[in-house]
Design a protein around this ligand. Structure first.
Ligand SMILES: C[S@@+](CC[C@H](N)C(=O)[O-])C[C@H]1O[C@@H](n2cnc3c(N)ncnc32)[C@H](O)[C@@H]1O
Length: 377
């Protein structure tokens, strides 16, 4: 009997290679929810996509038969376990993979994986962090850092697991991660401080333009409990998640609207004092949680998103009151999607200016000039 969860990983890899990375949709956090050993399977998943450059290179050094997508997927699945799952003996990594192979490939998969397992110690010494990111991404960031070791620290940190904390919703302070409860919202620090940047403002109305699943809406709601908040989300399923989260975390002053922000026409042309625009983006800043995303996005996607994001910012500028604020954020580290979008907007809209809030308790290393900007390390 083969292991159905490893089988699921195999189908996922096949769809990744068959659609040549393009239309592969990345995993929800609950992909292995029905397994008793969720953490174990998730660890294999993370090992694959965090180390795919290394794994593929090793495979090309051991076989010429990688054109067959099924064979390639099986070998990636087996090799990732041999190298990165220390608690599984190599023979088990190989046997479990061979069980998933069709008869025509069994011998070949077995022999190739055995060969790799035999050379494992020497092969791991050839590991380079840079090979595990697309060349365009490494090139871009190497131009931004002044030396190679800074680049390696950056990439190594992008390949680590995310660190969550629990936001105490009564005191609005981060605490060590504890079990989820309605008074503690699990969040990473970098995201938490975004709505907190509005701490010193007293807006009469807030629009959270791209709100699901609602992390920042919940913080805004507890930070400005007497302000009416409209939380908008285009996608109806995500809008339901937003509604459930708002209920669970007692965001009582929030009204949820399932609409497209770009077409949104408020009743009586009412404008908002504060607009949080957490815009759709490439998600390249979420690599700790979504290691696959590096293989799905291209340089072109960054450009495409940047022009889309400018439309969102233009729209927000039509909906904000005079003297009001737009808080623009993205979960991408690429300047094109963040700092450049803001600077370009300011250049063509001289009636707006960039406001940098006081740092207060937000760590100063989270700022880059006028902008709040967090790097993985
Ligand atoms: C970066 S996520 C928002 C995360 C959220 N602010 C939080 O903190 O949990 C962007 C969201 O915008 C939504 N979205 C994309 N295009 C939209 C549009 N035209 N109007 C409204 N929402 C949109 C996406 O479905 C996605 O849920």
């Amino acid at each position: 009997m083969h292991d159905k969860f490893r089988g699921r990983l195999l189908s996922l890899l096949l769809s990744f290679y068959n659609s040549q990375h393009k239309s592969f949709s990345y995993l929800g956090e609950d992909f292995f929810e029905d397994s008793e050993y969720q953490r174990f399977y998730r660890k294999i998943y993370f090992s694959i996509f965090r180390n795919l450059g290394f794994i593929e290179r090793v495979l090309t050094e051991h076989t010429k038969n990688l054109k067959d997508k099924k064979a390639k997927s099986l070998l990636v699945l087996g090799a990732s376990q041999i190298f990165f799952m220390d608690d599984i003996p190599d023979y088990a990594c190989i046997n479990e993979t061979v069980k998933l192979a069709p008869v025509r490939l069994k011998k070949f998969i077995n022999a190739t994986l055995r060969n790799i397992a035999r050379n494992k110690e020497a092969l791991i010494l050839t590991y380079s962090i840079r090979e595990n990111f697309p060349a365009w991404f490494v090139q871009k960031w190497s131009d931004l850092f002044s030396n190679d070791s800074e680049l390696d620290v950056f990439l190594t940190n992008l390949n680590k697991s995310p660190e969550f904390c629990s936001i105490n919703l009564d005191s609005l302070t981060p605490e060590p991660y504890t079990k989820n409860s309605s008074r503690y919202y699990p969040m990473d620090l970098a995201s938490f401080y975004i709505p907190m940047l509005t701490e010193d403002t007293r807006p009469a109305s807030i629009l959270d333009a791209c709100a699901a699943p609602g992390g920042k809406t919940i913080i805004l709601s507890h930070l400005h409990p007497d302000t009416k908040i409209t939380a908008m989300e285009k996608d109806s399923e995500r809008s339901d998640i937003l509604r459930r989260n708002a209920q669970k975390y007692e965001a009582k002053n929030v009204t949820i609207v399932n609409e497209d922000f770009l077409n949104f026409e408020p009743k009586n042309q009412k404008k908002f004092d504060l607009i949080l625009l957490d815009a759709p983006c490439t998600g390249l800043g979420t690599m700790k949680r979504h290691p696959e995303i590096r293989w799905l996005r291209t340089k072109k996607d960054v450009k495409k998103m940047a022009s889309y994001q400018s439309k969102f910012l233009e729209k927000a500028s039509q909906l904000v009151t005079q003297g009001g604020c737009i808080l623009y954020s993205v979960c991408s580290l690429e300047a094109e999607e963040g700092i450049d979008v803001i600077n370009n907007f300011i250049d063509s809209n001289p009636n707006f200016k960039i406001l940098t809030p006081d740092f207060h308790h937000i760590p100063s290393e989270f700022f880059c000039g006028k902008f709040y900007y967090t790097l993985p390390h």
